[in-house]
Design a protein around this ligand. Sequence first.
Ligand SMILES: Nc1nc2c(c(=O)[nH]1)N[C@H]1C(S)=C(S)[C@@H](COP(=O)(O)O)O[C@H]1N2
Ligand SMILES: [Mo]
Length: 252
Amino acid sequence: MKSLSRRKLLTAGLSVAAGAAGLAAAGKLARRYNLIPPDGGGLYGPGETLTYAAQRLITRHSMAREFSKSQICEKPFRNELAPMPDLYKQLQANNFRDWKLSIGGLVSQPAAFSLSEIRALGMKSQITEIACEEGWSYIAQWTGTPLSAVLNQVGVAPQARYVVYQSIEKPWWESIDMADALHPQTILAQGMNDSDLPAGFGGPLRLRVPRQLGYKSVKFISQMTVTDSLKSFGKGLGSASPEAGYSWFAGI
Ligand SMILES: Nc1nc2c(c(=O)[nH]1)N[C@H]1C(S)=C(S)[C@@H](COP(=O)(O)O)O[C@H]1N2
Ligand SMILES: [Mo]
């Protein structure tokens, strides 16, 4: 109860501040509660901060909508892919038996997991919608291991704030905050619609982040870093998307 009313108060405070005294005041409040997104500077910064802070305060624990089997799209649209790097083709030729997901950074035991080691940590399925910022979307079933299970294996340090994840396909990389990283619907997917995740959809390993737009669901995940700051990654804006003009936080 106490934290709920505090959250309400904070949210009210944020919107009042935004309305009455402008975005700068909202930013001040957000900063105080550590709710500045990594791309919160610059021209659109105050807007990004308000969106992220408000969503984190109001919908932190909410779930993405799940659908029934009959709603699965028969012909899911997939994004055009550039030719895959040679390393990917080599791993594919051996049925991805040597695929590794390495996790380092602010963890007590950095590790590299094979696909079967990840599967052994538990699997679950979800039927959710993936939505591209360009306007199209589709519903599919994804099966995989909650990212939280893998993070528990390596032991996340208490000061951790973000998980950065990299594709074997450059230059795709993204990051999410711990609220999304530990969210029960954030999964390392290895299956789609009851078969192996097809290569075109990110096989053998894709991070599904169903509470954010499609570009956060990066395909071909091979590396993760747990961190308390995103400043030293890329241009310091949190991920590849703000570098290309999109929001780091793409909550839906
Ligand atoms: N490695 C990699 N991941 C990626 C992309 C990509 O081109 N390469 N496209 C992103 C974008 S912009 C979207 S909308 C979704 C599209 O997912 P789909 O191909 O399953 O429709 O994947 C995201 N993940
Ligand atoms: Mo997209």
